[in-house]
Design a binder for this molecule. Structure first.
Ligand SMILES: [Zn+2]
Ligand SMILES: [Zn+2]
Length: 245
């Protein structure tokens, strides 16, 4: 037994992994962060999704068609993909992660996201991972950027460098909660700025955020990155809100 395995076994014996959602013990030594019961209740995205924004159509029987939002205003990113549908269970976990200042939660969600397979994302073709930035004041208040924690998990698994200083949030925006799509777009317009354009030029970028609601924030980030010369921007999020007509 290697020293590393010995260490892992001791850690496992002392701190058996608990489910992120219900705290019950997980009877497996894999990187699983949800117990089988909770995992079953999570709504994984797949099947009927918009190929552009990646959100699922809860009521549409057909596949492969672009949603109304993406037809009306094609996004600047090449595609967005989410692991889960943003429903009560994961909503609570993300809320605890963002506002509970609990680093264990962040690490576990990052580890979960990094094991999710996104079949149409060809990781080898990307050069850089960039998290959606927080405004410095919000960062000080919260103590961490949840998107950066998720981005670091993806970076480790897919071996793509992460950079959190090339894209900056210069405008302290109002909370997006309660705003409609148009108001959200207006709210985040010109909120971001690219530093060191030469490090963005020609690069294919994975942009990471925790939640995709209307896509206003991620789209504005993608717009700035493309304007700075990025080749292609794909968005990866933990959870997205289903398409509503
Ligand atoms: Zn559980
Ligand atoms: Zn769409």
């Amino acid at each position: 037994m290697s020293l590393r395995d010995l260490f892992l076994n001791i850690t496992y014996a002392l701190f058996p992994p608990a489910c992120l959602l219900c705290n019950s013990m997980i009877q497996s030594r894999t990187k699983e962060v949800f117990c089988p019961g909770c995992r079953e209740r999570l709504v994984f995205i797949g099947g009927h999704i918009c190929p552009s924004c990646g959100r699922n159509f809860p009521d549409s029987p057909s596949t492969g068609h672009v949603c109304g939002h993406c037809i009306e205003k094609p996004p600047c990113f090449s595609m967005a993909r989410a692991a889960l549908s943003y429903e009560s269970l994961i909503l609570e976990a993300i809320h605890r992660f963002k506002y509970g200042r609990n680093p264990v939660f962040g690490a576990a969600l990052a580890s979960f996201l990094s094991t999710v397979e996104f079949p149409d994302v060809d990781w080898k073709t990307y050069d850089l991972i960039i998290p959606v930035p927080l405004h410095i004041r919000k960062l000080r208040q919260r103590g961490f950027n949840q998107s950066l924690i998720l981005a670091r998990g993806l970076s480790k698994t897919h071996r793509i460098p992460v950079n959190f200083s090339l894209l900056k949030r210069r405008k302290l925006t109002l909370t997006q909660t309660g705003l409609d799509k148009k108001q959200r777009e207006k709210n985040v317009k010109n909120a971001f700025i690219v530093r060191q354009q030469d490090r963005i030029e020609g690069k294919n970028i994975i942009l990471v955020d925790d939640v995709y609601t209307t896509g206003a924030t991620t789209n504005e980030c993608a717009r700035m990155l493309i304007r700075a010369g990025a080749g292609r921007v794909a968005v990866i999020v933990l959870a997205s809100v289903p398409v509503v007509h």
